[in-house]
Design a protein around this ligand. Structure first.
Ligand code: ADP
Ligand code: ASP
Ligand code: MG
Length: 438
């Protein structure tokens, strides 16, 4: 059985929904499990409304219009989402009365996007002769911990998810991406773009033969198509390469997407809803060595570098352990790490608890914080086995007069990452893209 996931743009217009219908119908029997995102723009609007509700101003008008316009175009009764819009209105009103927005309520508000889209999309596919049924992933038993806005799934729920999905035999399940529930029944989300992760989670639960991520580009490209003028689609990537790219910022797949696929060796394909005939990218556990050394270049903006220096650290063992322990306690995950005898430098991509972390570290060391940095990551299995890739990367950056702040040659040896000032990131990605892809 296959799992097919369609992103926000793929389910955002009549034209694309027509393609979705054809793609899904072409799979035939056994029918696939279909995972969908909210219609494009909806999650952003929900989060905007939640944030403004606590300041006393909110409205579901735009959301109602967005769904009404699309559903009228595809001949679906817009009333299918009315009960949810009513509920949402009550919820936003509640937030405005309480004047407080917790991460838990933020997730609850965000969940309405996918809960509405499964209803509209299932109604449309049903009107097209397909036996579609809208399903909320938590009703299949998809469980996570309670880390709202970026919850971690509990694989122990897989057998019940598998069993629940089996009961839809002969039907076409249209399942919400992005959302789940914790053990207390609170709605959680898997983080922005989390529907990709939902797809591989369901894939792992049913031991799918393949997971297809349908999006708005021809698969994973040699760089973000919004950054470089002539990106190329990459026919095959190893799971390790895809994981590194996703983790280091290639927005095309959610960073955790590959984890369930790795454990279960499920092939993942990234395909273009607008051009279903294009082969896209296939991600496999192992791929034969290709021609090029570097496969793709990812980047992340909004990175902060924290450098901790302490003379007391000299000859002290356990300094790094203590450093990481502080970050872990504040639930901040660390990306790049570099150390010398007297300093430890780490990068983080979220500012949430930074002040508290810095305060604590400052008690026993000198701490320097550099914000507004960007991280660029060059990825490819070939990097491990070939000499001189680093020279090519840093030689090109030198020629382009781009100063580099910190360098890391990841533990897997299939990536070379570095930091630079945020305003330089576009030039750096373009320069390297030219070097490796002409
Ligand atoms: P969806 O709504 O289908 O999940 P996203 O917007 O989340 O789509 O992801 C697709 C987008 O990711 C593309 O439109 C592209 O701009 C961006 N992107 C960033 N890096 C890459 C890359 N290396 N390859 C392909 N797309 C990328
Ligand atoms: N709708 C969610 C978002 O916009 C999840 C997703 O699209 O994957 O982040
Ligand atoms: Mg996405």
């Amino acid at each position: 059985m296959k799992v097919l996931k369609f992103g926000g743009t793929s389910v955002g217009s009549r034209e694309n929904l027509t393609r979705v219908r054809d793609i899904v119908a072409a799979v035939g029997e056994p029918r696939p499990v279909v995972v969908v995102s909210a219609h494009s723009g909806v999650t952003d609007e929900l989060l905007r409304q939640a944030r403004s509700a606590v300041k006393g101003k909110w409205s579901v008008r735009k959301l109602r219009q967005r769904h009404r316009k699309l559903y009228e175009e595809i001949g679906v009764d817009p009333a299918v989402v009315d009960p949810l819009l009513e509920e949402l209105r009550d919820l936003l009103r509640g937030l405005s009365l309480v004047g407080e927005l917790t991460l838990r309520s933020l997730d609850l508000v965000a969940s309405y996007g996918e809960r509405m889209s499964v209803r509209g999309i299932a109604a449309w596919l049903e009107s097209q002769g397909l036996p579609a049924v809208p399903i909320e992933a938590y009703d299949l038993g998809l469980r996570t911990d309670s880390r709202f806005t970026s919850a971690t799934p509990d694989p122990k729920c897989f057998p019940s998810v598998r069993k629940a999905l089996r009961s839809y035999k002969g039907k076409l399940p249209i399942v919400t991406g992005f959302i789940a529930k914790d053990k207390d029944g609170n709605v959680t989300t898997l983080g922005r773009s989390g529907s990709d992760f939902s797809a591989t989670l369901l894939g792992a639960a049913i031991r799918a033969e393949e997971v297809q991520i349908w999006t708005d580009v021809d698969g994973v490209m040699t760089a973000d198509p919004r950054m470089v003028p002539n990106p190329r689609s990459i026919p095959t990537l190893s799971i390790a390469e895809a994981s590194e790219l996703a983790y280091y910022g290639a927005k095309v797949i959610h960073p955790a997407t590959m984890l369930p696929a790795v454990d279960n060796r499920i092939p993942v394909r990234v395909l273009n809803t607008g051009r279903p005939e294009h082969e896209g990218t296939t991600i496999l556990a192992e791929v034969p060595a290709g021609k090029g050394t570097v496969k793709s270049i990812a980047y992340k903006r909004g990175v902060t570098l924290i450098t901790v220096s302490s003379t007391r650290m000299l000859l002290q063992s356990g300094f790094m352990a203590r450093l990481f322990e502080v970050f872990a306690r504040y639930d901040m995950s660390v990306d790049l790490v570099a150390t010398s005898e007297v300093t430890g430098s780490v990068t983080v991509d979220c500012d949430k608890q930074l002040d508290a972390v810095v305060k604590e570290l400052s008690e026993c060391s000198e701490v320097q914080v550099d914000r507004e940095l960007a991280q660029v990551c060059v990825v490819g299995e070939g990097i491990r086995d070939r000499y001189g890739v680093a020279a090519e990367v840093f030689g090109a950056l030198k020629k382009a007069r781009l100063p580099v702040r910190m360098i890391s040659h990841g533990g897997t040896k299939i990536n070379i990452s570095f930091l630079l000032e945020e305003p330089h990131v576009r030039k750096a990605v373009r320069t390297l893209h030219k070097v490796f892809f002409g």
